[in-house]
Design a protein around this ligand. Structure first.
Ligand code: DGL
Length: 286
């Protein structure tokens, strides 16, 4: 199975697109609901928790895991990919969710040089919404500077929004938070104008309609789930050894470190009636 990990429920937005885009692949979703949100935690905790979760998915037989959590990808992906994986699981792979977004904004594939100046078009302003940790990590900013130097980026940390989504707050309460965050982001942009917005937290597409309402109509909202699903399809095409198409019928399973009974409000994101979450207990990292 292909593992999809998120700190909580946000990764369901990624899972949903991946299952649509890759109807022959099997997936195992793991949400660390017991310790969500990650966005305001210490880097050390985020790295350790992410390692435990990925280890759990590997122990369940996954050979390829997507860190479907921008915070985990921003803080832990490099350490896990460069140090932990080669030492513990050299034949397995971990992919993040930031690269596909930067590729879409830059217009070029990863590891390709940025577009020549005459092919870049006018300077574009991109607004990034993320957790405090994702913004603080500067991961998007650094990658954008390298790969899309023609884009200007304005960033807005969104403390409290993930928790409000996880707690199933009302649409009115969530909209009040999002409207104020959107106002603060636009106030940082030259002339209050942005061309595109990145919902750089996998929870935010769960309330994309509220971001749409809070942002001016011309702003393009990039769909991170669709971009990640396309990137996964491309990765499997180039690395068929990670395909799970041999599992028949295709399986989709859901694990949580939390209480499945508390995830009932996610019904519209889950397949069919009934709560499919099973409890997962991590092996604590060192
Ligand atoms: N959904 C995650 C992200 O994409 C993390 C949210 C959190 O746990 O704070 O950043």
């Amino acid at each position: 199975m292909i593992g999809i990990f998120d700190s909580g429920s946000g990764g369901l937005t990624i899972l949903r697109e991946c299952t649509r885009r890759l109807p022959d692949q099997s997936f195992l979703y793991l949400g660390d609901h017991a310790r969500a949100p990650y966005g305001d935690r210490d880097n050390k905790d985020i790295v350790n928790y992410t390692m435990e979760m990925v280890d759990g998915l590997f122990q369940h037989g996954c050979r390829l895991v997507i860190l479907a959590c921008n915070t985990a990808a921003a803080i832990a992906a490099r350490t896990l990919q460069q140090d932990w994986l080669p030492a513990h699981y050299p034949d397995r792979r971990i992919l993040g969710v930031i690269v596909p977004v930067v590729e879409a904004l830059s217009g070029v594939r990863w590891r390709m040089p940025p577009l020549p100046v005459d092919q870049r078009g006018g300077k574009k302003t991109v607004g990034l919404f993320g957790t405090s940790k994702t913004i603080e990590s500067q991961s998007y900013r650094e990658e954008m500077q390298k790969h899309a130097p023609h884009c200007r980026m304005v960033e807005q940390a969104c403390p409290g929004l993930v928790a409000a989504i996880e707690e199933g707050e009302s649409a009115a309460a969530l909209f009040a938070i999002i409207q104020s965050l959107a106002g603060r982001l636009l106030a940082q942009a030259p002339g209050g104008h942005i061309d595109s917005a990145v919902l750089g937290c996998t929870h935010f597409p769960l309330v994309e309609d509220l971001f749409r309402k809070a942002l001016p109509g011309h702003v393009e909202i990039l769909s991170q789930p669709a971009l990640v699903a396309d990137a996964l399809a491309d990765y499997i095409r180039r690395h068929p050894e990670f395909s799970t198409a041999e599992i028949s019928p295709r399986a989709i399973r859901y694990l949580t470190t939390g209480d499945p009974a508390k995830l009932a409000h996610l019904e519209s994101w889950l397949p069919g009636p009934g709560n499919p979450f099973e409890v997962f207990t991590p092996n604590r990292a060192g």
